[in-house]
Design a protein around this ligand. Structure first.
Ligand code: UDP
Ligand code: MG
Length: 321
């Protein structure tokens, strides 16, 4: 049973050159959504497609009042496409999925059931139908890495099929290729996250838009996310310890060399250790300086935009402002 509080559902789907898939996708999706007996909208985000996708979408929007099509001016990438869709979505629950029919629309009711006790339900493509070496292996490593580093353990960060309560999405800002990290970021804010097994199909038509190079991007994004999680409101705590350690080490090395020079009259000008000592002092001071600059940025960022450093879930007995 779909929870009663869900009165309306938005489905957000990014599409980049998926002309062979659009029509069947819409047909299968509509079949599932009609069954739910709730209000729904389908937001297709055309991410700068250069094939027939935009025309097909336009026809769908024309024929079906549930359809909204957002056409981006160029190919901004899947994350941006999701973000655009989120900005226009008005449902109580927002479901995302891929537009290539690798996700199965028939899993949507299952996600909606689970969201009753949670705020975010993430799909887990347990039997994933992608090539092993090029996709599944990198993805296994990535999932392990993301789970370990972020502390939010999911089997399948890469699965696009997810359902969110509206509040979760409306408080999120997405950058880069970060849509896959939403569960981790959301969970740090106290959002209740779970995962359910979902179906997965091989890509029958059209081409995958990604190759192995995505792995590197994911690792870099992971570093960003982890840094923001741990230090975004206290950057000096990140840079400071390294800075202090390096400059202290550099100071000790230089002290040692100075003593040898003055006590024993040794010549120290040609010693590599001298270079190291000086280098460490400079790097150490730079790191502390970066931490301090970071602290100033944090203040400018939060205070100029009145961004709080906390997230409120609910206010009871609210005073009028
Ligand atoms: N996609 C997009 N913009 C892009 C790349 C991909 O909107 O720049 C869409 C694509 O059309 C598909 C979904 O994102 O609906 C997932 O892409 P794909 O199937 O290529 O990824 P894979 O399943 O191979 O990871
Ligand atoms: Mg795909």
């Amino acid at each position: 049973m779909i929870p009663q509080w869900i009165k309306s559902i938005s489905v957000v789907i990014p599409l980049y050159n998926e002309e062979e898939n659009v029509e069947e996708l819409h047909r299968r999706l509509t079949e599932v959504l009609k069954e739910l007996q709730r209000k729904y909208e389908i937001i297709y985000v055309d991410d700068g497609s250069t094939d027939g996708t935009p025309q097909l979408l336009e026809t769908l929007a024309h024929d079906d009042e549930h359809v909204i099509v957002l056409s981006l001016r160029r190919n901004f990438g899947q994350t941006a496409a999701f973000a655009a869709g989120f900005d226009f979505a008005s449902g109580d629950v927002i479901v995302t999925m891929d537009g290539d029919l690798q996700n199965d629309p028939s899993d949507i009711p299952k996600l909606l059931q689970y969201i009753d006790g949670y705020d975010l339900v993430s799909g887990w493509r347990k039997k994933r139908r992608d090539p092993f070496f090029r996709r599944r292996l990198p993805s296994m490593i990535a999932n392990w890495l993301i789970s370990t580093v972020t502390g939010v353990k999911l089997h399948d960060y890469g699965c696009s099929l997810k359902a969110y309560r509206r509040e979760v999405i409306k408080n999120l800002r997405l950058y880069g290729e970060m849509h896959r990290f939403i569960p981790a970021v959301a969970s740090w804010y106290g959002v209740r996250v779970t995962e359910v097994e979902t179906k997965h199909h091989p890509r029958l038509r059209g081409k995958s838009k990604y190759g192995i190079s995505r792995t590197i991007k994911v690792v870099l994004d992971l570093i960003t996310v982890k840094f923001l999680q741990s230090f975004s409101t206290k950057p000096i705590q990140f840079f400071g310890p390294f800075g202090l350690f390096f400059s202290a080490l550099g100071f000790l090395i230089s002290l040692y060399l100075t003593l040898r020079k003055f006590l024993f009259g040794e010549s120290i000008g040609g010693r590599p250790l001298l270079l190291l000592g000086v280098l460490l002092i400079i790097v150490g001071i730079q790191l502390i300086g970066m931490g301090l600059l970071g602290e100033m940025l944090v203040r400018v960022y939060h205070e100029s935009q009145r961004k709080p450093i906390y997230v409120i879930k609910k206010i009871i007995g609210k005073k009028e402002k």
